[in-house]
Design a protein around this ligand. Structure first.
Ligand code: IPD
Ligand code: CA
Ligand code: CA
Ligand code: CA
Length: 276
């Protein structure tokens, strides 16, 4: 795919993401708390806005690019395929941070990644309440509202600020395991923040607001876009063995600089998959 075409696709996708964000914003104008249903646990929420945003995005993108494929959270929840092939594929999280969205906590976003031959080509994460668009086109750097962003230059875990994402799984064994890792990490850093959006956490690493992020078993749609933004900002996304992350693996994810990754990885055990 040549650069002009990629840029046109990027521009088109950015406009679409921002206009879908207006629809998400309308929820809090219409009522104080959008109503929600449960998915796999009482803490796993979905709203009409998750489904509506996804429909808007897929509808518009498939009209523009009829041959393109889609992997999207609510589509997969309804039995759709989660299979990344060589075909041009959009990977969509219509609202990342649904729990925040429901409660009115201002940390949720729309995440849209585009892959060709299984490689990320572009990533857009729209932080709706803060009106910030994090974005990247492969090889062209990472941006927030058009300004270049870079990950932090902190090299010492003892001087770092971390973020963690727990996921909606509420089984005691997994929670104990996650708390064990958090305990180990918090002893070695300045603090751990849990804002409840994997895509924003990773964009915050890209922007240097935090130094590292640990996510417990994220889905591909949680970080398909943010992953490219982080890479373009100079960060790495690693599996618990320190190797580059396979986006479909649902392993524990570490997003940080190389130096911090090398200090965090030895502190992690081998993480069992959340659906084991
Ligand atoms: C969730 C958020 C949360 C992370 C979970 C994700 P959702 O996504 O990113 O921070 O810890 O693993 O499932 O359900 O709000 O799109
Ligand atoms: Ca969800
Ligand atoms: Ca998500
Ligand atoms: Ca979501």
């Amino acid at each position: 795919m040549n650069k002009i075409t990629t840029r046109q696709i990027f521009k088109n996708a950015c406009e679409l993401v921002v206009s879908s964000g207006k629809y998400v914003k309308s929820a809090h104008i219409a009522s104080t708390k959008p109503s929600s249903d449960n998915k796999e646990s009482f803490a796993d929420l979905v709203t009409e806005y998750d489904r509506g945003t996804e429909k808007l995005l897929i509808g518009q993108l498939s009209r523009c690019y009829p041959a393109h494929k889609f992997i999207a959270e609510e589509m997969v929840a309804d039995g759709g395929e989660c299979n990344l092939t060589n075909e041009p594929t959009w990977i969509i999280d219509p609202i990342d941070g649904t729990t925040n969205f429901v409660h009115g906590f201002p940390a949720y976003c729309i995440s849209v990644g585009f892959f060709v031959e299984k490689d990320p080509v572009l990533g857009i994460v729209y932080d709706i309440p803060n009106d910030k668009i994090y974005s990247a086109i492969k090889g062209e750097g990472a941006f927030c509202n058009g300004r270049v962003i870079k990950c932090s230059s902190t090299t010492d875990l003892n001087s770092s600020l971390l973020a963690a994402g727990f996921g909606p799984q509420r089984k005691t064994d997994f929670l104990r395991f996650k708390m064990g890792i958090m305990n180990t990490l918090v002893e070695k850093c300045h603090g751990i923040r849990c804002i409840g959006s994997a895509a924003l956490d990773i964009c915050h690493v890209a922007a240097g607001y935090i130094d590292a992020n640990v996510q417990f078993g994220p889905h591909i749609w949680d970080y398909a876009a943010a992953h490219l933004i982080a890479l373009e900002a100079g960060a790495v996304c690693s599996a618990p063995n320190g190797q580059p992350m396979n986006l479909l693996s649902r392993k524990l994810l570490v997003c940080s600089t190389d130096e911090l990754r090398d200090q965090i990885v030895p502190l992690l055990g081998d993480f069992p998959l959340p659906h084991d």
